[in-house]
Design a protein around this ligand. Structure first.
Ligand code: ZN
Ligand code: ZN
Length: 315
């Protein structure tokens, strides 16, 4: 699975690809039923970056602790949270490195408001009310970093950019740059849309507001395209097909496969891995979608796949 370890700048491994809720069962065993968790390894500088703490993070934690050389010096990791919806954080109490004194972990994520800081939101989930472990039992050294839109230096030449996506809760898209390689993530997002009335026949229609709304949508779409520009790997929400999206799912905060493919092509991405698979989607249905949309796209050369647990990219 991991081709030429050490020869590549980045190794990306998927530990959870499902959206909304874990979906164990025989119908989802091939793509996997764990919610989102992606590991980015940097063989050149021995750093570990994790994006989201869905249920997939449980197996990642066990795997990290079992890796050779891990006994000495403990684990140092950075955990980027796209947002704090339950499917993206519910695996955290089961991440075994948190219960070890030799673990140092920095948790990054969007601050919802000054009263609702990341530490309180995440710490709330770790309260005894929801899980039979008290926060004091977490032996690891944990620090929290509230992110806003911008560029952050993570050290060792790793550059992190963060941007707000279009989701009912404040949600971050990330761009990670290292040694000339670029990975971008947009886990829970949908296309920006005009929130004003655009039908002139509607009595509430206001031409100026409709036009301003249109311009705001165009500006947001351009910003997103620039943010994703030239990604070696774009990991994007592809929960629905366009037909499903238009049939009553606009405003739910998730994208269609068609939107993700168009955006990946428009931004000059080389590979697109679709994630946040709908909980009702079976392996056979995902195979069907992969047949319809997957593979190399003519013209742009974009490579499209539907991510499954265990999938790994060396970049
Ligand atoms: Zn989600
Ligand atoms: Zn969400």
């Amino acid at each position: 699975m991991r081709s030429r370890p050490g020869a590549d700048a980045l190794i990306v491994t998927f530990w959870g690809v499902r959206g909304s809720i874990p979906t164990p069962g025989y119908e989802t065993s091939r793509y996997g039923g764990n919610t989102l968790c992606v590991e980015v390894g940097f063989p050149g500088c021995d750093r570990t970056l994790i994006i989201d703490a869905g249920s997939g993070i449980r197996r990642l934690g066990d795997d990290l602790l079992g890796r050779p050389g891990r006994g000495v010096g403990g684990l140092t990791a950075d955990l980027l949270l796209s947002h704090t919806h339950l499917d993206h954080i519910l695996g955290l109490p089961f991440f075994q490195p948190l219960y070890r004194r030799d673990t140092r972990i920095s948790i990054y994520g969007p601050a919802i408001s000054p009263e609702d800081r990341l530490e309180q939101v995440i710490g709330g989930q770790m309260s005894y009310r929801y899980f039979p472990v008290r926060q004091v039992e977490l032996a690891a050294e944990i620090s929290y970093v509230d992110l806003r839109e911008g560029v952050y230096d993570l050290g060792d030449g790793i550059r992190l950019s963060a941007t707000y996506l279009n989701h009912p809760l404040l949600c971050m898209g990330y761009r990670i740059e290292y040694c000339g390689r670029v990975i971008c993530t947009a886990f829970d997002t949908e296309p920006f849309r005009n929130i004003f009335i655009t039908d002139p026949a509607d009595p509430r229609y206001d031409e100026i507001m409709a036009l301003e709304g249109e311009q705001a949508v165009e500006a947001a779409a351009l910003r997103m395209k620039a943010f994703l520009r030239g990604a070696d790997l774009l990991i994007h929400d592809g929960q629905f097909t366009e037909q499903e999206y238009r049939a009553g799912r606009v405003g739910w905060g998730h994208s269609s496969v068609e939107h993700a493919v168009n955006l990946a092509e428009a931004s000059g991405s080389r590979r697109l891995a679709l994630v946040h698979h709908d909980p009702v989607r079976t392996d056979d249905e995902l195979d069907g979608l992969a047949q319809r949309y997957g593979g190399m796209r003519q013209g742009s050369g974009l490579e499209v796949c539907f991510a499954r647990e265990g999938l790994s990219f060396s970049l």
